[in-house]
Design a protein around this ligand. Structure first.
Ligand code: GLP
Length: 244
């Protein structure tokens, strides 16, 4: 893992957007794995600004999102579908046929997970997977557990994630209890991984990434086994780490 300590959230967002913009310049039909949450919001704004300034063209780009609540309708303002359109897709020229997000309102979660997995597997492969990290070490919605799933699947959210994500809802009761998420295998099969970590509240989990072991109790620890991971981390989040 390559750790890049950033001055603050804005610096992290700019550096992340530069990495993605450079990739798209080199490979206009790049496949991006995208994430939701506060961590990538600034990066999305930076990319939208580059697009508005004519510095980047997304017309051939394809995207797969990491995860979605289950069950939730796309039009629900809390859905990740809504988040992505509001904060990114509506601001750039990615063709809607090139966008895929697990369908949170599918009748059958197993079938929808299989559809999503098959589509990723049939693609030319995710070039860069953007990730945030949960306070409990989750990536996507791969929650700490005795075993982790390789492929897209339906998960029960942990109390800690429901609590953490309740900041976006009126109350914790309104947070969906389940989600659909890419599995660890699909995340690890991306050619490059870009993990964004920001803020004091992530300092404890960030510190675990420098330990020399992997554990299913910290799903993000599996990223240590990937050959091409860049961690953009701001000073607050890096405050408990000893980066050599
Ligand atoms: C959510 C998402 C993750 C995200 C994480 C951290 O639960 N499923 O994909 O990385 O929370 O979110 P934030 O970046 O807002 O801290």
């Amino acid at each position: 893992m390559k750790f890049v300590v950033c001055e603050n959230y804005d610096d992290m967002s700019k550096k992340g957007a530069d990495i993605i913009a450079d990739l798209i310049k080199k490979k206009p039909d790049a496949i991006l794995g995208l994430a939701t949450g506060n961590s990538p919001l600034g990066l999305y704004s930076e990319l939208a600004a580059k697009y508005a300034a004519g510095k980047i063209n997304f017309s051939k780009v394809q995207t797969f999102n990491l995860d979605e609540y289950y069950k939730i309708k796309q039009a629900d303002p809390q859905s990740y579908y809504f988040f992505m359109h509001e904060n990114f897709f509506s601001k750039v020229n990615i063709a809607s046929k090139n966008i895929d997000i697990p369908f949170g309102d599918a009748d059958d979660a197993v079938e929808e997970s299989k559809r999503y997995h098959d589509k990723i597997a049939a693609s030319k492969g995710i070039d860069i997977q953007l990730l945030g990290i949960g306070n409990n070490g989750h990536i996507g919605f791969n929650e700490p557990d005795d075993a982790l799933s390789a492929c897209t699947h339906n998960v029960l959210l942990t109390e800690s994630t429901i609590e953490a994500n309740s900041r976006y809802f009126k109350s914790a009761d309104e947070v969906p209890k389940e989600a659909l998420t890419m599995g660890i295998g699909e995340i690890m099969s991306a050619r490059q991984i870009l993990l964004l970590i920001s803020g004091k509240s992530k300092a404890a989990v960030a510190k675990t990434l420098t330990d020399n072991f992997v554990t299913t109790q910290i799903p993000a620890s599996f990223l240590k086994l990937h050959q091409n991971v860049t961690v953009l981390i701001d000073k607050d989040a890096a405050s408990e780490m000893k980066i050599k």
